[in-house]
Design a protein around this ligand. Structure first.
Ligand code: PXL
Length: 283
């Protein structure tokens, strides 16, 4: 019998085009050799052209799903994406917090999704307040992009020194570790910031920016990849580097799909394996 894979739970919305949300996350989790389980926080009507509508899940359904899964399986990592409503966000807090009586789940990565890349609201003001005031401090890492970091801190975040300052503010607001993703900046720069015995330590990850139309779901893919690497016992810096490498390769391997902003290719490694098998080379 083969070893049981690490189980990674994604708590996120449903994007029927599968570029973002739970169906995309399951692909990312499978690409990392982990076993994915999911709790759907809301449905969206969307295609590569953008989000038309979002309806949050009944909060009781969310709580019951999460309790049922956690009672059944040993969860090694948790990814949180779109929450959909304040009521759902509160149920996720109840599930992850001390009041659950379950003990802390390991490797919780919070991607604080506020809007879709096409600009649709995926969490309202009340939900954002729950996210900032209650959920942020329960996560091991949060992965805001520069716009989300600016919204949470009220500070401008458009270059590396502003990213550093915003990360310090986010620590003061309760975040244990932060990766601010700057994929939209001139150079693709991510900043990892975490508390250590020496105080706050920060590490910068830079790559050339890819010009591509296959960028739908990059935030979900990055944060889910981080949850997988942490679940596989990699440290924060290694997980950040490997997640960035995964997303960059998934963008580069994207196919032109749909009439809008197409999905990243979450399963690009399967194609590499198929090519290796077809050419008779070793895997
Ligand atoms: O990329 C953010 C995001 C997360 N989750 C769902 C989404 C989107 C963006 O469209 O639809 C379900």
């Amino acid at each position: 019998m083969t070893d049981t894979p690490a189980i990674v739970l994604t708590i996120a919305g449903f994007d029927p085009s599968s570029g973002a949300g739970v169906t995309a996350d399951i692909k990312t989790i499978a690409a990392h050799g982990c076993y994915g389980i999911a709790c759907v926080t809301g449905l969206t009507v969307q295609s590569t052209a953008g989000v038309c509508r979002m309806v949050a899940t009944d909060p009781e359904m969310v709580k019951e799903t999460l309790d049922e899964l956690a009672g059944d399986m040993a969860i090694a990592g948790v990814h949180i994406g779109m929450l959909g409503s304040a009521a759902v966000a509160r149920k996720v807090v109840e599930f992850l917090g001390e009041s659950s009586g379950r003990g802390k789940l390991p490797n919780i990565v919070l991607d604080p999704v506020l809007k879709s890349s096409s600009g649709a609201d995926l969490l309202d003001g009340a939900g954002t307040k729950v996210l900032i005031e209650e959920l942020m401090s329960l996560a091991d890492v949060i992965t805001p992009n520069v716009d989300e970091a600016a919204e949470f801190t009220g500070m401008p975040v458009s270059n590396l020194s502003e990213m550093r300052a915003a990360a310090h503010r986010l620590h003061k607001m309760g975040a244990a570790a932060v990766v601010i993703t700057g994929g939209h900046l001139e150079k693709a720069v991510d900043l990892l910031s975490f508390r250590s015995a020496q105080g706050v330590e920060q590490e910068v990850f830079k790559t050339e920016k890819l010009r591509s139309n296959s960028t739908h779901g990059t935030g979900c893919a990055f944060s889910t990849s981080m949850a997988c690497h942490l679940a596989l016992d990699r440290g924060l810096a290694e997980a950040t580097l490997l997640a960035k490498t995964y997303v960059t390769a998934a963008i580069a391997a994207g196919h032109p799909l749909g009439r809008g902003n197409g999905p990243v290719n979450h399963l690009y490694r399967m194609n590499q394996q198929r090519r290796a098998v077809a050419s008779g080379s070793e895997l």
